[in-house]
Design a protein around this ligand. Structure first.
Ligand code: TYD
Length: 210
């Protein structure tokens, strides 16, 4: 049976990681064993790169930042995601290559054409079957982050217009790819978001014969 690759995207403090955990629990209740992972990270090597990337004490240039994201991605895709999909599993990934287009592209100003080539190199062209976008105004997301003590990382600390460009980019990507993307209003309650996310996921599961 074919696997199903689902990615979770959104700005800071959108609540997507909580939602990912809730949808994973629903899959388990159905007797499925999803692979739950995240970017950057997910393997020992990629988690090491994550520590470098999110450390507020470090200041990589935009290109270095992008290449480190891609190195972590290549590792995750080759060693965890592809084998899980080949084994017919559902994969839930907290962020994927669209985050590079949004953060390093729209946010940092790197050329989207270059980033598309790097994404292709890292993923071998592996695209999600479904991408859930947890859309939230940056001021709402960042305020949530700040109220959760100690959770801000290096990228959370970028200025407001950076986060506005990131949000715009995700919405543009979603508008350009409606067959893959489902946009959810992340100002909704966690229970409502779970209901909407599950509806989208269930539809794809049914399409994949589950
Ligand atoms: P994390 O604390 O996991 O944030 P979030 O809960 O918002 O996902 O940190 C991941 C950070 O890495 C986040 O600020 C977005 C950033 N990022 C990029 O800049 N480019 C990428 O390609 C990826 C995958 C993440």
């Amino acid at each position: 049976m074919a696997g199903l690759f689902v990615t979770f995207e959104g700005g800071e403090g959108s609540g997507k990681s909580t939602q990912l955990a809730r949808l994973a629990a629903r899959l388990r209740a159905r007797g499925l064993e999803p692979l739950v992972t995240r970017e950057p990270g997910g393997t020992p090597l990629a988690e090491g790169i994550r520590d470098l990337l999110l450390d507020p004490a470090r200041r990589p240039g935009a290109v270095s930042e992008a290449l480190l994201m891609e190195a972590a991605r290549a590792e995750l895709v080759a060693t965890l995601v592809r084998p899980a999909l080949a084994a017919g599993r559902v994969v839930l990934c907290d962020r994927y290559d669209d985050s590079t287009l949004a953060y390093q592209g729209a946010g940092r100003g790197l050329d989207p054409g270059l980033l598309a080539i790097l994404n292709q190199a890292a993923t071998g062209g592996l695209e999600p079957d479904l991408t859930l976008l947890y859309d939230v105004p940056p001021e709402v997301g960042l305020a949530r982050r700040e109220s959760a003590a100690g959770e801000t990382n290096r990228l959370d600390r970028e200025p407001a217009d950076f986060h506005l460009r990131v949000r715009r980019c995700f919405l543009d990507l979603a508008a350009a790819g409606p067959e893959r993307w489902v946009v959810l209003d992340a100002t909704a309650t966690p229970d409502e978001l779970e209901r909407l996310g599950w509806a989208a996921l269930e539809e794809r599961l049914a399409g994949a014969g589950r």
